[in-house]
Design a protein around this ligand. Structure first.
Ligand code: PEP
Ligand code: MN
Length: 270
């Protein structure tokens, strides 16, 4: 797994700071937003509902890695002013996915946090470049990556100088098709046995259907995760991507309430 990600002792944990938010320690950080930024109105509606519900970080993807080249690919560079509008009109920190060095260069100064997705986890050249920045980065587990592969991917970032990596379990490919991916819930405590890095869960891309996103989120908190990366859309039925797994505003509000109550038992704060 590499020396940099390796835990030095049973209590060795290092939180990752993103603006005024500490991911790790005794917090459960909710990073929420639509699968993709679609336009200014949708983005602001989503950001305001996420802020009102008490999340601290907004997921704001401009570039979408889609399985089919015919699917919506994201609005791309045109979305940069939307990121600026979100920062101007809310108190949210902004997080976005980078798929290439060009995206990293374009988006670095406009966001508080980067994301390397499941497909990007194997893009070692990208990981090296992310490692040369100091931006906090969510690194998602590749869909066929073992925990060892996943930890080596984090090692690429750390060894290049960026210590601010948050590991994200997002489900793996199995023979099961009812869910989109199989959430490897034990990856959370397992990773915490191996590395000092914070670990979060993406309940949305693992579940693939909104009815299972709440249970997956609560399981994440109960098993010791440091947060969730969750898809919320003002109108899931009209979403350009991943509407089936996106929570609508009432469902997200109600889940936030449940997470707050469960967090008390876990000694964490949402
Ligand atoms: C995403 O979070 O937008 C995404 C595409 O998920 P993943 O990289 O886990 O497939
Ligand atoms: Mn999505």
């Amino acid at each position: 797994m590499g020396p940099q990600v390796r835990k030095q002792g049973p209590d060795h944990r290092v939180a990752v700071r993103c603006g005024d938010v500490e991911i790790g320690e005794n917090s459960f950080t909710v990073i929420a937003g639509p699968c993709a930024i679609e336009n200014l109105d949708q983005a602001l509606l989503a950001a305001k509902l996420v802020e009102e519900a008490g999340a601290k970080v907004f997921r704001a993807s401009l570039f979408k890695p889609r399985t089919s080249p015919y699917s919506f690919q994201g609005i791309g560079a045109e979305g940069v002013p939307i990121l600026q509008a979100i920062k101007a009109e809310t108190s949210l920190l902004v997080e976005t996915e980078v798929l290439s060095l060009a995206h990293l260069e374009l988006l670095h100064d406009h966001v508080d946090m980067l994301r390397v997705g499941a497909r990007g986890m194997r893009n070692y050249e990208l990981l090296k470049e992310v490692g040369k920045t100091q931006k906090p980065v969510i690194l998602k587990r590749g869909m066929s990556a073992t925990l060892e592969d996943f930890l080596f991917a984090a090692e690429y970032v750390l060894v290049n100088g960026n210590r601010n990596v948050v590991m994200c379990e997002r489900g793996i490919r199995t023979f099961e098709t009812y869910t989109r991916n199989t959430l490897d819930i034990l990856a959370v405590p397992a990773l915490k046995e191996m590395t000092h890095l914070p670990v979060i869960v993406d309940p949305s891309h693992s579940a693939g259907r909104s009815s299972l996103v709440g249970p997956a989120s609560k399981a994440a908190l109960a098993v010791g995760a440091d947060g969730i990366l969750i898809e919320v859309h003002p109108d899931p039925a009209a979403a350009l991507s991943d509407g089936d797994q996106s929570l609508d505003p009432p469902a997200f509000l109600s889940l936030m309430g449940e997470l707050r109550r469960l967090a008390v038992v876990m000694g964490k704060e949402v």
